[in-house]
Design a protein around this ligand. Structure first.
Ligand code: DQA
Length: 149
Protein backbone atom coordinates (compact mmCIF):
# COMPACT_ATOMS: atom_id res chain seq x y z
CA UNK A 1 0.00 0.00 0.00
CA UNK A 2 1.28 3.45 -0.94
CA UNK A 3 0.12 6.95 -0.09
CA UNK A 4 -0.70 9.09 -3.12
CA UNK A 5 -1.17 12.85 -2.84
CA UNK A 6 -3.23 14.82 -5.37
CA UNK A 7 -2.53 18.56 -5.48
CA UNK A 8 -4.80 21.04 -7.22
CA UNK A 9 -3.61 24.60 -7.76
CA UNK A 10 -5.44 27.93 -7.86
CA UNK A 11 -9.00 28.29 -9.14
CA UNK A 12 -9.49 24.54 -9.45
CA UNK A 13 -11.92 24.85 -6.52
CA UNK A 14 -14.16 26.44 -9.18
CA UNK A 15 -14.21 23.37 -11.45
CA UNK A 16 -17.74 22.77 -12.66
CA UNK A 17 -18.64 26.46 -12.84
CA UNK A 18 -15.39 27.97 -14.12
CA UNK A 19 -15.34 28.36 -17.94
CA UNK A 20 -17.23 25.05 -18.42
CA UNK A 21 -16.51 25.11 -22.17
CA UNK A 22 -12.82 24.71 -21.31
CA UNK A 23 -12.82 22.87 -17.98
CA UNK A 24 -16.04 20.85 -18.17
CA UNK A 25 -18.97 20.41 -15.81
CA UNK A 26 -17.50 18.10 -13.17
CA UNK A 27 -16.71 19.72 -9.84
CA UNK A 28 -13.61 19.11 -7.75
CA UNK A 29 -15.48 17.20 -5.05
CA UNK A 30 -16.65 14.67 -7.66
CA UNK A 31 -13.14 14.38 -9.10
CA UNK A 32 -11.60 13.75 -5.67
CA UNK A 33 -14.32 11.28 -4.66
CA UNK A 34 -13.62 9.23 -7.79
CA UNK A 35 -9.85 9.32 -7.22
CA UNK A 36 -10.33 8.31 -3.58
CA UNK A 37 -12.47 5.36 -4.69
CA UNK A 38 -9.91 4.25 -7.29
CA UNK A 39 -7.15 4.41 -4.66
CA UNK A 40 -9.25 2.44 -2.18
CA UNK A 41 -9.95 -0.27 -4.77
CA UNK A 42 -6.24 -0.50 -5.60
CA UNK A 43 -5.32 -0.71 -1.91
CA UNK A 44 -3.66 2.69 -1.74
CA UNK A 45 -4.15 5.64 0.57
CA UNK A 46 -5.47 8.88 -1.00
CA UNK A 47 -4.70 12.43 0.14
CA UNK A 48 -5.74 15.63 -1.60
CA UNK A 49 -5.33 19.38 -1.28
CA UNK A 50 -6.59 22.28 -3.36
CA UNK A 51 -5.07 25.65 -2.60
CA UNK A 52 -5.07 29.08 -4.15
CA UNK A 53 -1.90 29.93 -2.22
CA UNK A 54 1.52 29.04 -3.58
CA UNK A 55 3.10 28.74 -0.11
CA UNK A 56 0.45 26.21 1.00
CA UNK A 57 1.25 23.96 -1.96
CA UNK A 58 4.99 24.30 -1.27
CA UNK A 59 4.46 23.43 2.40
CA UNK A 60 2.22 20.47 1.48
CA UNK A 61 4.94 19.07 -0.79
CA UNK A 62 7.52 19.47 2.00
CA UNK A 63 5.22 17.68 4.48
CA UNK A 64 4.57 14.91 1.96
CA UNK A 65 8.15 13.80 2.25
CA UNK A 66 7.97 13.46 6.06
CA UNK A 67 4.64 11.60 5.69
CA UNK A 68 6.06 9.01 3.32
CA UNK A 69 3.97 10.01 0.29
CA UNK A 70 5.24 7.89 -2.59
CA UNK A 71 3.58 9.55 -5.58
CA UNK A 72 2.06 12.95 -6.38
CA UNK A 73 -0.51 13.86 -9.03
CA UNK A 74 -0.17 17.60 -9.60
CA UNK A 75 -2.28 20.12 -11.46
CA UNK A 76 -0.35 23.32 -10.69
CA UNK A 77 -2.97 25.36 -12.60
CA UNK A 78 -1.67 28.91 -13.21
CA UNK A 79 1.42 28.15 -11.09
CA UNK A 80 2.45 25.82 -13.94
CA UNK A 81 3.63 28.87 -15.80
CA UNK A 82 5.14 30.84 -12.90
CA UNK A 83 6.23 28.83 -9.88
CA UNK A 84 9.92 28.17 -9.42
CA UNK A 85 9.14 27.75 -5.70
CA UNK A 86 6.84 24.78 -6.29
CA UNK A 87 9.27 23.28 -8.79
CA UNK A 88 12.08 23.57 -6.23
CA UNK A 89 9.93 21.92 -3.55
CA UNK A 90 9.30 18.92 -5.83
CA UNK A 91 12.99 18.69 -6.67
CA UNK A 92 13.84 18.89 -2.96
CA UNK A 93 11.60 16.01 -1.89
CA UNK A 94 12.27 13.93 -5.03
CA UNK A 95 8.80 12.33 -4.94
CA UNK A 96 7.81 11.19 -8.45
CA UNK A 97 4.87 13.10 -9.89
CA UNK A 98 2.64 13.32 -12.94
CA UNK A 99 1.55 16.76 -14.20
CA UNK A 100 -2.11 16.99 -15.19
CA UNK A 101 -3.99 19.71 -17.05
CA UNK A 102 -7.70 19.51 -17.66
CA UNK A 103 -7.51 21.69 -20.77
CA UNK A 104 -5.12 21.31 -23.69
CA UNK A 105 -2.61 23.97 -22.68
CA UNK A 106 -0.86 23.61 -26.05
CA UNK A 107 -3.98 24.73 -27.90
CA UNK A 108 -4.39 27.88 -25.81
CA UNK A 109 -2.52 31.16 -25.19
CA UNK A 110 1.24 31.23 -25.78
CA UNK A 111 1.98 31.83 -22.08
CA UNK A 112 0.43 28.45 -21.26
CA UNK A 113 2.99 26.62 -23.41
CA UNK A 114 5.67 27.00 -20.77
CA UNK A 115 5.64 24.69 -17.77
CA UNK A 116 8.06 24.75 -14.85
CA UNK A 117 7.16 21.09 -14.20
CA UNK A 118 7.05 19.06 -17.41
CA UNK A 119 10.80 18.42 -17.63
CA UNK A 120 10.97 17.03 -14.08
CA UNK A 121 7.65 15.10 -14.17
CA UNK A 122 7.38 11.36 -14.76
CA UNK A 123 4.86 12.31 -17.44
CA UNK A 124 2.23 14.85 -18.37
CA UNK A 125 -1.45 14.53 -19.32
CA UNK A 126 -3.15 17.50 -20.90
CA UNK A 127 -6.45 18.17 -22.66
CA UNK A 128 -8.41 15.07 -21.64
CA UNK A 129 -10.64 16.85 -19.17
CA UNK A 130 -10.92 15.65 -15.58
CA UNK A 131 -10.46 12.09 -16.90
CA UNK A 132 -6.79 13.08 -17.04
CA UNK A 133 -6.59 12.77 -13.24
CA UNK A 134 -7.89 9.19 -13.40
CA UNK A 135 -5.47 8.30 -16.19
CA UNK A 136 -2.62 9.77 -14.17
CA UNK A 137 -3.66 7.70 -11.18
CA UNK A 138 -3.69 4.53 -13.29
CA UNK A 139 -0.16 5.36 -14.43
CA UNK A 140 0.88 6.03 -10.82
CA UNK A 141 -0.43 2.59 -9.75
CA UNK A 142 1.63 1.00 -12.52
CA UNK A 143 4.78 2.94 -11.59
CA UNK A 144 4.33 2.05 -7.90
CA UNK A 145 3.90 -1.64 -8.68
CA UNK A 146 7.05 -1.55 -10.84
CA UNK A 147 9.06 0.13 -8.11
CA UNK A 148 7.91 -2.35 -5.43
CA UNK A 149 8.69 -5.49 -7.52
C1 DQA B 1 -4.88 24.27 -16.11
C2 DQA B 1 -4.27 25.09 -17.25
C3 DQA B 1 -3.60 26.34 -16.73
O1 DQA B 1 -3.02 27.08 -17.80
C4 DQA B 1 -4.61 27.23 -16.03
O2 DQA B 1 -3.99 28.36 -15.47
C5 DQA B 1 -5.42 26.49 -15.02
C6 DQA B 1 -5.81 25.11 -15.27
C7 DQA B 1 -5.68 23.07 -16.62
O3 DQA B 1 -5.98 22.20 -15.81
O4 DQA B 1 -6.05 23.01 -17.79
O5 DQA B 1 -5.82 27.08 -14.02
O6 DQA B 1 -3.82 23.77 -15.31
Amino acid sequence: MATILVLHGPNLNLLGTREPGIYGARNLGDVDRKLNELCRQAGHHFLSLQSNAEYELVERVQEASAEGVQFIILNPAAFTHTSIALRDALLAVAIPFIEVHVSNVHAREAFRQNSYFSDIAVGTITGLGTLGYELALTAAFEKLSQSSS
